[in-house]
Design a protein around this ligand. Structure first.
Ligand code: FMN
Length: 477
């Protein structure tokens, strides 16, 4: 069952042995560091971390990191058996098929939810009432929104958008948010600001797993993330109507802030450890958000996500979702027989992408690689694309390196593309006036003309492997 309440989800995560409670870590860099050290050791086999007894805060006021950061937790969030996470490509394909069938379902307004247990407003608003973390040593301040949902409404069309955009707490009731150029949240916000009007905003900083999946997913402009979340659960997502902004707020939220973005006032935002593991974006002025009201559950949970040099606690699901979207895009571009796709964690979820195909014709691998290097979601800020045969698991870096080392000839199988789509966040961009980078597409498939007489692979067959595993179970327990 898909959970739209964070606490029900955490109970399922705990039952699956995927939750660890940590008492006594400080909000000032310690929670971030504890999480980072664990994810460096165990990568996507790490549990979710629920920090409690945070110095200076009441017991029970908690921070959650890594909500969806393992195959098993992501499977649970998607309503799949945690065991389904064993075979990554099969799970990826199942999720794609499931999503392809989903039509958005309009959200449904309800009048009550636990997040209404506490309401503070006006002079009583103080974001630092919550254990707002500093995630990394060089961050510019305390970030209240990282695993969050920023909700706005288009003043022209009325379409509601919910995106995950970081939110820095600047003072008790003042915040600011960095939204990248072209993102829906920025387009909607700037329509108000350009007209000299404040932009109403609701910010969910204790978010349920389904809303978090929706907020971070790049959807067509016409689709509201809350309706997409409904499609995922198979029924309408329950929302409350924000008392000040009228914006819909997911009813399963732990903490929600309502306020407005100023059309005139700015303040410095950042620096913040970014998705690629650098502080390339620096600190820049961003519009000030005045928080006018906060709703929160008793013993609230603040949901957190600290980006940094990979691996980190929200990278697995990022790679999974992008891999699913890439596979969809390649199918949509009519590249036949794509058998898998994987956006690797080591490439920060963007810069190292692998596509597996069943080769059907001369040039098939080149075609798949070039398209993958330019299409959404891997067209932006990419670097390396490797195309492998369908006997290679694209998510297994050892398999991929083996294919590169044995099936590609560097002199003939590497294609370079210049002047591709990059960003000011790219640490290799030389000038803010030339936001280009280049791409490298590596064909690591068996040369098509040798496909029938390439040397056989030295590997135990699946049948024999299964036989010996059944016969000598102690060896593998
Ligand atoms: C943990 C996390 C933090 C993110 N932080 C930001 C951010 O600070 N600014 C931003 O523009 N995008 C950020 N993103 C990416 C956006 O959430 C993502 O591109 C999303 O699709 C944007 O929604 P939109 O298409 O409705 O604009 C973040 C994603 C995640 C998972």
């Amino acid at each position: 069952m898909i959970q739209t309440d964070l606490r029900d989800f955490l109970a399922a995560v705990d039952d699956a042995g995927q939750l660890k409670i940590v008492n006594g870590a400080h909000w000032d860099k310690e929670m971030g560091a504890v999480t980072e050290v664990l994810y460096r050791q165990k990568v996507d086999q790490s549990p979710a971390l629920l920090f409690d007894d945070i110095p200076g805060y009441p017991k029970g006021w908690r921070c959650l990191y890594g909500m969806l950061g393992s195959p098993a937790r992501l499977a649970l969030a998607l309503g799949m058996d945690a065991q389904a996470a064993g075979d990554r490509m099969a799970m990826l394909n199942d999720v794609r098929k499931k999503m392809a069938l989903h039509e958005p379902i309009d959200f449904r307004t309800v009048s009550d939810a636990p997040v209404l247990e506490n309401i503070v407003e006006g002079d009583d608003v103080d974001m630092f009432k919550f254990p707002v973390p500093i995630h990394h040593e060089a961050d510019g301040g305390r970030y209240i929104g990282t695993a969050c949902g920023v909700i706005t409404r288009d003043p022209d069309t009325g379409r509601v958008n919910m995106g995950t955009y970081r939110v820095q707490a600047i003072g008790a009731n003042k915040a600011t948010s960095y939204i990248s150029n072209g993102k829906q949240g920025m387009i909607q916000r700037d329509k108000y600001l350009d007209a000299g009007k404040p932009c109403p905003m609701a910010i969910v900083i204790g978010i349920d797993p389904v809303s978090f999946l929706a907020a971070r997913y790049t959807l067509p402009d016409s689709v509201c993330e809350l309706d997409w979340a409904g499609a995922l659960t198979g029924g309408p997502l329950d929302v409350l109507e924000g008392g000040l902004t009228g914006l819909p707020i997911p009813a399963g939220s732990e903490i929600v802030m309502e306020g407005e973005v100023s059309p005139t006032e700015t303040t410095e935002e950042g620096p913040f450890g970014e998705w690629h593991g650098y502080y390339a974006g620096g600190a820049r002025p961003e519009p000030v958000i005045t928080i006018q009201r906060i709703y929160y559950r008793n013993n609230p949970i603040l949901t957190c996500a600290a980006s940094q040099k990979p691996p980190h606690s929200h990278l697995f699901e990022r790679c999974f979702l992008r891999s699913a979207a890439l596979w969809d895009s390649l199918d949509g571009a009519q590249i036949p027989d794509v058998r898998g796709a994987w956006v690797h964690q080591g490439g920060s979820g963007r810069t190292f992408v692998v596509v597996a195909i069943k080769q059907r014709y001369f040039g098939h691998a080149t075609q798949a690689g070039l398209i993958a290097s330019q299409i959404n979601p891997t067209g932006y800020c990419g670097r390396y694309v490797v195309v492998v045969d369908d006997d290679i698991d694209p998510s297994d870096i050892h398999d991929v390196l083996w294919a590169m080392g044995t099936r590609s000839d560097p002199k003939t199988d590497i294609t370079l593309l210049d002047k591709c789509w990059s960003s000011r966040l790219d640490p290799m961009v030389k000038s803010q006036d030339e936001l280009y980078n280049s791409r490298c597409v590596i064909n690591a498939c068996i040369p098509y003309e040798r496909i029938d007489d390439f040397p056989a692979v030295a590997q135990t067959s699946r049948e024999l492997a299964r036989e010996v595993m059944d016969k000598f179970p102690d060896v593998y327990s």
